[in-house]
Structures are given as structure tokens and as C-alpha cells.
Design a protein around this ligand. Structure first.
Ligand SMILES: [Zn+2]
Length: 275
């Protein structure tokens, strides 16, 4: 009985922490387009598109496939060279006069192939931080355990190292976008060092972490309070589901009192969530 009371108490505390996170007025807004594509709108109205795969994304609602409807884009971030992360980067950059941030080597390749003009590229590398939207929004490139190639006019070119991003916003809120990645032990370092408030984690499996890997990453390595699953269900091979992630995370109990299990926020393609 006492044990059951304690568990309930811890559930209430965990819920309070969750509500506190959501309650910090309008820190940022996220829209998911399916796969790894997110539109992040910051507190001061800056718009960052991450891994834009929209017009040919089978999971993006039809009504959202018109890129003009985005209204504005201030910056595009690319995690690696595969088409399901880059497909709309050029169109968006041209439409909104937006720069595209990516790993330095991938930048060299897309620049030299003439895919992206060099004045539209922001090239940097892991551990480096850039502030193209002003000093209050810091974007740091971090490791990802994946591969990266660029298919162009029937040939395949090196896309440099795949990466993830830590995005620190004006109000101190920190978002981790994992990119495509397998689980790796330095996620512990990312968790300890950057202390993300929210992690966008791939769960589809086959090419990336599956739900069990993502649960371990979120709970035991990143120790992040909230996870939004991504990169699943888009194609037949990406079989992982948010339900499997939730099951693999387990439930809070007395042993997780000091380190509550991450909450899972399940978005549908097209959904907008305010934080
Ligand atoms: Zn991918």
C-alpha cells in the first residue's frame, strides 16, 4: 500500500515537471512533416527548417506540400546527404533566400557540384557552434552514427559525416535533433553537457535506432525529460512505432523517482505543438 502511494506521488511529481516544461509560455513551436522534417519557430519568430523532405514525403499531408505556405524560412539545417533529409533544401533556399547549414565536407561537395551556391552555405563541423540567426540562438553540430552520400545526376558522392544538432533558443530551451543515427555511448555526453529539454529521436529501425534503442538512449544516456519520435512509418522498412517506444521506456516507479522516465509526445505529420 505504501509502495503504491509512493508510486502515485512520484507520478504526480513527474506530471508536475512535465506541466512546468509546457507551462513556460510559448518558448517555441514545432511542426512535424513526417520523417525527420521539422519546422521550428522560435520565441522571436525565427523559422528553422530541419531536414526538409516535404513535397515527396509520403507522410506529409497534401495541404502542406506547397512550400509557399511555410510563409518564411530563415535557416535550413541538414543532418546528412540522403534524399529523405535534403529533398526540398534547394527549393526552400531559393524561395526564402535562406542559408543552408550542414557538415563542412557535405557543403564542399554540394558547393562544387553546383547544387547549392557557396554564398548560401554555412559549413561547419562537430562541436562547432554557429549563430546565423543572432547571438541568442546557438546551433551546435554533434555526432551521429550513420552514413552520408549525395545522389546527383545518376552518380553518388560523399556527403561527409552525418550529424545531429543541439539548438539552444533565446530563452535557454535546448532541443536535440538526432538526425539519422544508431545508438552511441556519447549520447551520455550530449545529455550531460547540453542537457536538452526535448529530444527528437529516430525510432524506425533498419537504418537507425529502433524504439528499444531510442528508449535506452532517452532514458539512460540523454536523460531527457521529453521525446518526440520521428523517422518511422514513412517507408515499409521503418517499422518502429511510438507505442513500442512508450512500452520500452516503461513506467515510473520508486527507482526512477530522481530520474523520471522521459515523456513521449507523439505527433502526427502536419501537427503543430507549442511549448
Ligand atoms: Zn533518413
Amino acid at each position: 500500500m505504501k509502495n503504491r502511494f509512493t508510486i502515485s506521488l512520484f507520478r504526480i511529481v513527474a506530471a508536475a515537471i512535465f506541466i512546468c516544461f509546457l507551462g513556460t509560455a510559448q518558448a517555441f513551436e514545432l511542426q512535424w512533416f513526417g520523417q525527420a522534417a521539422f519546422k521550428l519557430t522560435t520565441e522571436t519568430g525565427k523559422v528553422i527548417m530541419i531536414d526538409p523532405f516535404i513535397t515527396k514525403n509520403p507522410k506529409t499531408p497534401k495541404a502542406l506540400k506547397d512550400l509557399k505556405k511555410l510563409g518564411k524560412v530563415d535557416l535550413i539545417l541538414i543532418t546528412h546527404g540522403h534524399f529523405d533529409h535534403t529533398a526540398d533544401m534547394v527549393a526552400l533556399s531559393e524561395m526564402y533566400d535562406a542559408q543552408i547549414g550542414m557538415n563542412a565536407d557535405m557543403g564542399s561537395v554540394v558547393g562544387s557540384l553546383g547544387i547549392v551556391p557557396s554564398n548560401k552555405l554555412i559549413r561547419w563541423n562537430k562541436s562547432g557552434t554557429v549563430t546565423p540567426l543572432g547571438p541568442d540562438i546557438k546551433i551546435t553540430m554533434v555526432h551521429a552514427e550513420h552514413s552520408s552520400t549525395i545522389a546527383h545526376k545518376g552518380s553518388v558522392f560523399s556527403g561527409g559525416e552525418p550529424v545531429g544538432y543541439i539548438i539552444e533558443l533565446e530563452n535557454g530551451k535546448t532541443i536535440y535533433h538526432s538526425g539519422d543515427t544508431g545508438i552511441f555511448s556519447d549520447m551520455k555526453l550530449i545529455g550531460n553537457y547540453y542537457k536538452p529539454d526535448l529530444a527528437l529521436l529516430c525510432i524506425g529501425g533498419h537504418f537507425t535506432m529502433d524504439p528499444v534503442h531510442a528508449a535506452y538512449a532517452a532514458r539512460d544516456l540523454l536523460e531527457v525529460p521529453m521525446v518526440i519520435p520521428m523517422h518511422y512509418g514513412t517507408f515499409g522498412l521503418l517499422k518502429g512505432t511510438p507505442e513500442e517506444l512508450i512500452e520500452a521506456l516503461g513506467e515510473d516507479d520508486i527507482l526512477t523517482a530522481l530520474n523520471p522516465i522521459p515523456k513521449v509526445l507523439v505527433m502526427q505529420p502536419g501537427d503543430i505543438k507549442k511549448f
